[in-house]
Design a binder for this molecule. Structure first.
Ligand SMILES: *[C@@H]1O[C@H](CO)[C@@H](O)[C@H](O)[C@H]1NC(C)=O
Ligand SMILES: *[C@@H]1O[C@H](CO)[C@@H](O)[C@H](O)[C@H]1NC(C)=O
Ligand SMILES: *[C@@H]1O[C@H](CO)[C@@H](O)[C@H](O)[C@H]1NC(C)=O
Ligand SMILES: *[C@@H]1O[C@H](CO)[C@@H](O)[C@H](O)[C@H]1NC(C)=O
Ligand SMILES: *[C@@H]1O[C@H](CO)[C@@H](O)[C@H](O)[C@H]1NC(C)=O
Length: 424
């Protein structure tokens, strides 16, 4: 595509092109597959890593969103685009939009760029359906989170003006039938990818990476969403590789590599007394290495509602702390949460076919709620062994691994260490 002299002539060129498409395809059954490209360079983006390319991205998006046919918004290869916090809003006229992030998109490196904006978001798609964000194996989002980490209340509680909310790199909010594929997300200021109020979302071949000690840099967080598939992806972050929040159902996670990080978590659920509805969560064929938890379900005492029909299958652990854990006394700070008569009911959770090493003495830990015990915990074919040295170096050798249960009902078959603490 020729580079127009200025934006408006670019628009005219595309209008002509679009009309040509229209003439070609109107009345034809091929109309719906009419693809056309909207290159951000044609909208004035510079891609030198310094120029503010936000407006060009917005203009390209507006044209894509307002078009018929199947627009492909192109962020070209081998270039770096500095983009300020930005909302790509729908609903769109087009029922299928691809954003091809083949180059690199970087966030401002200073929290000052969020002044007057939502500090919780960097790039956000709202109410868009049929969206594909694809990196084609080249694309990267770099959240450049260092300055946010430096002022996080978690790591600097005494710093005046410390922040507990930092931008999530990418958000799909109210999006249906959409996907994120073949892309790398680096150094997000907080969560890398948030899926919220959405359904039928596919994530495949993504890599999400932040330093092990960076605060709250979860890989993917899913909240109030249904039918989410995550496959063939690699996470190494400072928090959960994948976490699942309240009001979420039908999640399939398969072929995932996780570590370092805090593991794969259902929770924390029920914060602030929410009535949790989480069901049909399947995690399979995954590998966790050096994480601070393996497969975790964590709920707040004040929570209500349920977590049910969960299946964890074909999992390998390598030097993982707490490989299998249910923590129903989850609290942001030790001692801050009182025991409550409420609780989230955890039921029908199956753990099957798992092997690997635990770097904590308690390899299987079910710490369930006293007033609402866990029921239907099923364990089969699990073999866990100690690693020679604790990760934190406090003890030289974990001689054996054990299990621990409180208020936990279910059964275990062929599990080593034996889970004799389960009540029937
Ligand atoms: C970058 O551009 C966007 C869109 O025009 C604008 O809202 C934002 O304030 C700009 N930021 C800076 C630092 O220039
Ligand atoms: C997504 O699906 C929900 C539920 O069916 C619907 O209310 C919403 O309008 C859809 N959103 C879009 C952007 O199509
Ligand atoms: C973050 O903190 C480190 C260590 O104190 C310092 O070297 C660095 O300059 C800070 N970076 C930013 C962007 O604030
Ligand atoms: C991510 O952040 C870390 C810590 O600041 C830094 O060492 C690393 O180079 C960053 N990675 C990228 C790709 O920017
Ligand atoms: C228990 O959960 C499994 C896995 O999600 C599901 O297949 C099964 O139907 C559930 N059982 C009941 C009784 O709901």
């Amino acid at each position: 595509m020729t580079v127009p002299l200025h934006k408006n002539s670019g628009r005219k060129n595309r209008l002509q092109e679009f009309l040509a498409f229209f003439v070609l395809f109107i009345g034809s059954s091929h109309f719906s597959s009419a693809e056309f490209y909207l290159d951000v360079l044609d909208f004035g983006a510079v891609g030198d890593g310094h120029t503010n390319d936000t407006q060009a991205f917005l203009d390209a998006w507006d044209e894509a969103c307002g078009s018929l046919g199947n627009p492909i918004m192109v962020i070209p290869k081998y270039m770096t685009f500095l983009v300020h916090p930005l909302v790509f809003s729908g609903p769109c006229r087009s029922t299928s939009i691809t954003v091809a992030v083949i180059g690199t998109v970087i966030a401002p490196d200073s929290p000052a760029a969020w002044k007057g904006k939502d500090p919780g978001k960097w790039l956000e798609f709202i109410d868009v359906s049929g969206l594909t964000v694809a990196g084609l194996g080249f694309g990267a989002l770099n959240g450049r989170g260092l300055a946010w980490w430096n002022q996080s209340c978690r790591d600097h509680p005494r710093l005046q003006g410390c922040t507990s909310v930092a931008p999530t790199a990418l958000t799909f909010s109210g999006c249906n039938s959409s996907s994120l594929n073949d892309i790398v997300s680096l150094n997000s200021s907080q969560t890398h990818f948030l899926i919220i109020n959405s359904k039928a979302i596919t994530v495949s071949n993504v890599m999400m990476q932040a330093p092990e000690l960076s605060p709250n840099t979860d890989g993917i967080h899913i909240h109030s969403s249904h039918d989410v598939f995550i496959t063939n992806s690699v996470f190494s972050t400072g928090d959960d590789c994948i976490s699942i929040g309240d009001y979420t159902s039908n999640v399939v996670i398969t072929n995932v590599i996780c570590g370092p990080g805090h593991g794969i978590s259902i929770g924390s659920l029920g914060r602030g007394g929410n009535s949790v509805q989480v069901e049909n969560i399947h995690v399979s064929r995954s590998y966790l290495k050096g994480t601070t938890n393996g497969l975790r379900i964590k709920t707040w005492q004040v929570g209500r509602g349920y977590v049910r029909n969960v299946l964890f299958q074909d999992i390998t652990f390598d030097s993982v702390q707490n490989p299998i854990i249910i923590d129903q006394n989850y609290c942001s700070e030790k001692g801050l949460c009182k025991e409550m008569p409420t609780g989230v009911h955890i039921t029908n959770v199956t753990y099957t076919k798992m092997v690997g090493s635990s770097s904590t003495a308690v390899a299987i830990n079910f710490d369930c709620d006293r007033s609402v015990p866990c029921t239907g915990l099923n364990l089969r074919y699990i073999y866990l062994w100690p690693v020679p040295t604790d990760l934190d170096g406090t003890s030289k050798i974990t001689p054996a691994v054990t299990t621990s249960c409180a208020n936990a009902h279910g059964y275990a078959v062929q599990v080593d260490p034996p889970v004799s603490c389960l009540q029937s």
